[in-house]
Design a protein around this ligand. Sequence first.
Ligand SMILES: Cc1cc2nc3c(=O)[nH]c(=O)nc-3n(C[C@H](O)[C@H](O)[C@H](O)COP(=O)(O)OP(=O)(O)OC[C@H]3O[C@@H](n4cnc5c(N)ncnc54)[C@H](O)[C@@H]3O)c2cc1C
Length: 448
Amino acid sequence: MTRTVAIVGGGASGTLVASLLVRASEAMHVVIIDPCERLGRGVAYATGIPRHTLNVPAAKMSALASDRNHFVRWLAANAGDAYGPSSFVPRSLYGDYLNDIATETRVAAPDRWRHVRSSALDVRLENDGVHVTCSNGEVVRADRLVVATGNASPAAWPNMSREARRSRRYFGSTWDPGALMPDSPGESVVLLGTGLTAVDALFGLRENGHRGPIIMVSRRGLLPLEHAASNATAATSLEADTASGLLSALRDRVREMPASGGDWRGHVDALRPHTNAMWKALSLVEQRRFLRHALPYWNVHRHRMPPEAGKAVADALAAGTLRVFAGRTGAITVSGDRLRVPVKLRGSADVVTLDAGRVINCSGPQHDVRKLADPFVQSLLAHGLMVPNTLGIGMSIAENGALVDAHGTASTRLFAIGPACFGPLIETTAMPDIREQARDLAALLSAG
Ligand SMILES: Cc1cc2nc3c(=O)[nH]c(=O)nc-3n(C[C@H](O)[C@H](O)[C@H](O)COP(=O)(O)OP(=O)(O)OC[C@H]3O[C@@H](n4cnc5c(N)ncnc54)[C@H](O)[C@@H]3O)c2cc1C
């Protein structure tokens, strides 16, 4: 008997789970719903800017949990000897890799693979299955549905006048059309955020001919740290049941490190297989504490930039073409032909006022599902098919990836994968996590 799985979202997560489902059994049919032209790219791998590289070496970026060298072999076959296992390759190339996996699967099983180039707007559970209404008017019927809607746009920046928000000089996301195309090479640009996305914006602007000053602003002014060749440390967990306990245990471990080799990076990476278990073991209060106080510090240590990117950022800082402020922005307003951004500096009463030709919101994705603009996500909420996680970030999701509904029941028909699972999981956005989720979800859905 055939079974159809509808997948909303054709980025890395959706494309991967679709491919594994079709490969798992001849009974499986997939319908991927995404307006994109080329599957696999999503937000992360759609950029055409060569300096937008992966922030993880190629050796760790296989899309297949069952074949850890898959991406390195693909690179050797498709990109000559330009890159090796330790290379940080352009993200567009990684998008080609994921698209190839999709194409191979479709060519091998054309009758069981369908891409509906449309947005999902609404979802309903009926007796004969899950019904997804798409923006082209089609209603897709499936036995199961996977939510793979991925990385949401940033939350609306607080304290911004309506005029400023509507100004053509403000961009709500780095990936909005035209955000990285400066009007003039010399205009000053304010980036709201100092993480990897702000670094992407810096490189994107420069690549597109921008030469003017760039100012990054965030509450703590923390830039991502750099990768280095660190000695691998055996994967181990930390024993603590509070956020501060975990951090001080990690600090102790780094301090005890023998002077002979390795550095803190090895210890941070060694936690990786255990991070989600440690996260789940924390009480709600401690999880909140971690998010409020520790997450920004954790992020800059855990999500690092390639050494070449780190050097380019350091050079820009040294040359004064890039400045970083730690502080809170006040009311952002329109002033003549510019945007005015007041910044109250951290730990001081001083306020610096920046005049910007362009302001780009480079802060992280909106995690509060109640505030997402996506009508499909809103329909899941409105029909009680999904509820926010108790932390107020992300969706409520069971151990096996099933959505938990308004009655607290784990669905047998609706599942989620990837960044959509942030909240219940703290490591769920990067490929090493997604490939394992895709493997497990494909096994579950193809089994029954
Ligand atoms: C800029 C950036 C760089 C990154 N770099 C790395 C890296 O180097 N290494 C790494 O491991 N991870 C990286 N990541 C993490 C990244 O989240 C994952 O690697 C992966 O790309 C997530 O894929 P996804 O499919 O879940 O989400 P997304 O890429 O966000 O894709 C979601 C897809 O869902 C579609 N969609 C959303 N709503 C609907 C709807 N209602 N109807 C139809 N379609 C819909 C969108 O069109 C989109 O195509 C990066 C992330 C970002 C944002």
